[in-house]
Design a protein around this ligand. Sequence first.
Ligand SMILES: NC(=O)C1=CN([C@@H]2O[C@H](COP(=O)(O)OP(=O)(O)OC[C@H]3O[C@@H](n4cnc5c(N)ncnc54)[C@H](OP(=O)(O)O)[C@@H]3O)[C@@H](O)[C@H]2O)C=CC1
Ligand SMILES: CC(=O)C(=O)O
Ligand SMILES: [Mg+2]
Length: 765
Amino acid sequence: MSKERMRREALLYHAKPKPGKIQVVPTKKYATQRDLSLAYSPGVAEPCLEIEKDVNNVYKYTNKSNLVAVISNGTAVLGLGNIGPEASKPVMEGKGLLFKIFADIDVFDIEVNTENVEEFIATVRNIAPTFGGINLEDIKAPEAFEIEKRLKEELDIPVMHDDQHGTAIISAAALLNALELTNKKIEEVRIVISGAGAAAVSCTKLYKAFGAKAENIVMLDSKGVIRKDRDELSEEKSEFATARKIDTLDEAMNDADVFVGLSIANIVTPKMLLSMAANPVVFAMANPNPEIAYDLAIDTREDIIMATGRSDHPNQVNNVLGFPFIFRGALDVRATKINEAMKMAAVKALADLAKEMVPEQVNIAYGETKLNFGREYIIPKPFDPRLIATVPPAVAKAAMESGVATEPITDWEKYRDELYERMGSDNKIIRLLMNRAKLNPKRIVFAEADHLDVLKAAQIVHDEGIGIPILLGRKEIILELMAQIEFEAEVDIIDPKSDEQTETLNAYAQTHWENRRRSGITLYDAQKIMRERNYFASMMVNEGDADAMISGYSRSYPSVVRPVLETIGRFEGVNKVATTNLMLTKRGPLFISDTSINIDPTAKELAKIAQMTNYTMKMFGLEPVIAMISYANFGSSKDPHATKVREAVSYLHRSNPDMHVDGELQTDFALNPEMLRKKFPFSKLAGKKVNALIFPNLDSANSNYKLLKELNNVESIGPIMLGMRKPVHILQLGASVEEIVNMAAVAVVDAQQKEKRKNIADLQE
Ligand SMILES: NC(=O)C1=CN([C@@H]2O[C@H](COP(=O)(O)OP(=O)(O)OC[C@H]3O[C@@H](n4cnc5c(N)ncnc54)[C@H](OP(=O)(O)O)[C@@H]3O)[C@@H](O)[C@H]2O)C=CC1
Ligand SMILES: CC(=O)C(=O)O
Ligand SMILES: [Mg+2]
């Protein structure tokens, strides 16, 4: 992506649809007068009085235990320097977002308008009662040292300056692993540190704690090498002053084993890298632009282990891997501090995790085929789902052992389960889908590419490498719209009505006529309908000129389904196609079927819908657990509607004994594992988390998915077609750009299953 486009997209991302990145969401009911009288006056007085009696009750009755303040005065914002409190707010909101998505911690970002140390400390001290922890961010050195030291002494909640300790923890973990890979000892390596600010000083202290020798370290600030004979050095810088008679970074780099950059962009040259010792370790961590660009460094030396703070290259050494998980552990044992033992435990947990086998989910999330501990994978990836159950327990345990935990954990298994449970609400399924698509992008024909939103989606699909778009529609309009949105890539544009396509159109018509001449169609009819975009696009997929098709943005569902069924048709053994919607709910992904096609399926058809849903869920990498929904539970009604569902279940139990499916069940029992286990312990789903609901008819499935979507703002992917012979996916009328992109990713992943697709035929009768 060009720099200019990144700039525009980043500004748009922050501005729309609502300015900013986080908001406050109530956690209690507030619908009725009674709710309000509990939430506010008069009920609210009761917890106030309880807290007055015993201040510890604040943890019981308020959100303090899960609320962290991300506080800055904007004096050292990333590598952008002193840009002021307002300009730092996007970064602080960003940290809030990361706290939430990686560790389910709520954040208020607070930007303080003072550079005066005493004023800043007083502000934080005065607002501390609100919070369970304080994350200081982007405050420049040396003020940051005094601020953190004093607040740690004065407050009884964890205080951590992220740029110091978050960075120290993650970079130490990465350094230990990089040295292990190069067979070097931390006690012996020569280390150059560029920067002598908050991050650099704290990192270097931690490296010393792990064995690095002061005499092997050279640190530089904006004035050059920090030498013992410099007389203006602060206390922190003096600790690292060298006796060596060198003045420049150039000289320092000569024969160095390790370079750690926590300063500014582009100060390291290829010549400097070439002068380093064999197998150099280079962490260029300035953000957003590193001390030397990743590609340049890699091109300069083959034997390098290279890391940056950015997410777009291997080895992202960035404190995002630290602060969410460190605070999670500290908050969960209500630690009064984040001490050295806790930091060391986090380093060890992170370093060890990198050496374990990487789950497939992480490979997919990063578009990798096989991540393995090695030069390009020295530290775990932020989206690794194991982090939440690895780092916080290590930190919590260390807090307990070092005596700063006030609420010790006793049941570690239960704690780990709770941690996983916390993370159930994120949208990792979309990430998984996108990355699976990117691993092997396929040709998708967009049958309505002359509509702006469809074209915008095709552009994203192209730019992100999700698929290879083929744009079908009126060519002059497509070209005009492409110019408008600066879609400059070389992509195929196909106008079925143009002279260019006559030959192909006639060939498609011929095939279509041959396939359907016994259904009352003439060759002339076939030639005529092939001019219609959905027939032409379907034939492209049928004849292998495209791998998948997306349509339906501008036409009603049935008018798209018809051409698709007539040309491509159903899979063998599938009498009726159906659809499913993937709902991205707070409790995790939930499939709902059949949302669009079968008005009142028979018991056998219902079973088939469940089988096809099961197949599609596996395509998403999920383990299906399916409830067959009714208004009754396990025979409680003899009414034909309930009986139909019961018959479908017994059919499935006979034909697919390995499938996790049961019913008939009411929705609340299906979605509440505990309730289900207690009331119906015999059920195949007892204690399991149901992730698919098969409704008994179209009325109920369609209404329920739309209800969820509208009332709960649940994002939905679909309707996803089930049972087609080839990957064709039909959008809802007027789908959003995002919905079209998601559907395109589904189509690509579906097309990737070409080989496995024959398994649909295994659906047993
Ligand atoms: N990847 C990650 O996770 C993290 C990266 N960082 C990055 O580290 C950098 C510093 O952050 P932070 O410590 O908070 O900021 P500070 O303002 O506290 O420190 C900046 C330091 O950089 C030094 N510096 C400036 N120019 C040069 C130069 N040409 N050569 C060598 N040193 C120079 C300054 O020198 P002087 O003392 O003379 O002013 C100062 O010591 C930023 O780019 C930030 O993005 C920070 C935290 C985490
Ligand atoms: C990552 C971070 O905190 C910084 O660059 O300041
Ligand atoms: Mg920072």
